[in-house]
Design a binder for this molecule. Structure first.
Ligand code: ADP
Ligand code: MG
Length: 246
């Protein structure tokens, strides 16, 4: 669905040049959860901003269904951001004096029917909480409302920048499960940016960035098997810790 070809992004700060991405190639497929993994400063957010049309590449092509979005006019790029892309951030940015349903409803209104808000809350397992305000929800629930809000725009591409960064590992897993189910439904490509190795279980593909370059791409069963092993390992550690407790 999306393909980066030889994409570089350079920032100029005064006389200093920062190369955030250096000649990278990658593909993002519909119906898959793709994780972009790497340490802080490796270029993850830069890659996500380019995917989302929030920034332009310095060099290379970014093809969305065969069209090079880096050659789009500003207006076409605005349409792309508006119609194709949904964003989920680390901090949920919900409107505090609106209920879950109303927060999602605002976004649903942009593309059509505000009454569909509950339908999107169902997709993240929160239909029971539709009349709750953000302060009545846990962090993980607030993030799932934010995901429902992003889905209400009916994006083709759901971009998530460290969506579990403010959550504990258990709630983080619930958010990850919601993202997996959304990708599994087949209509959206979900891209997750994270520095946390524990979160890549369930990703269809893992793209590892280091210093602005693609270090490794693991896709299909290999990505799943690796993460299954990690899961088992961390579960047994949890159990040991519990047993060791009072
Ligand atoms: P990550 O999300 O993996 O932490 P980023 O994509 O945010 O990494 O940053 C990659 C590199 O690009 C870093 O060295 C960062 O300082 C630099 N960078 C990112 N955004 C800007 C910007 N707007 N101006 C200048 N440098 C930037
Ligand atoms: Mg970042």
């Amino acid at each position: 669905m999306i393909r980066f070809k030889n994409v570089s992004k350079k920032y100029q700060i005064g006389s200093q040049k920062v190369v955030a991405l250096q000649k990278i190639d990658l593909t993002i497929e519909q119906g898959q959860l793709t994780a972009i993994l790497g340490p802080s400063g490796s270029g993850k957010s830069t890659a996500l901003n380019l995917l989302g049309g929030m920034d332009r590449a310095t060099e290379g092509a970014i093809e969305f269904e065969g069209e090079d979005i880096s050659a789009f006019s500003d207006r076409a790029l605005t349409d792309y951001r508006r119609n194709v892309v949904g964003f989920v951030f680390q901090f949920y940015n919900l409107i505090p004096n609106l209920t879950a349903r109303e927060n999602v409803g605002i976004a649903a209104q942009l593309t059509g029917n505000q009454n569909e808000a509950v339908h999107f809350l169902e997709k993240v397992g929160l239909e029971q909480r539709k009349n709750n305000f953000p302060h009545q929800l846990s962090g993980g629930e607030m993030q799932r409302v934010a995901i429902a809000r992003a889905l209400a725009k009916k994006p083709r591409l759901l971009l998530c920048d460290e969506p579990t960064g403010a959550l504990d590992s258990h709630t983080g897993q619930q958010v990850m499960q919601a993202l997996q189910e959304i990708a599994g439904a087949g209509e959206v490509a979900v891209v997750l940016v994270t520095h946390n190795e524990d979160l890549i279980s369930g990703a269809s593909k893992v793209i590892r960035l280091f210093d602005g370059q693609v270090q490794e791409v693991v896709s299909g069963t290999a990505a799943r098997e690796d993460s299954a092993r990690e899961n088992t390992a961390s579960k047994s550690t949890d159990r040991k810790l519990e047993e060791a407790g009072p």
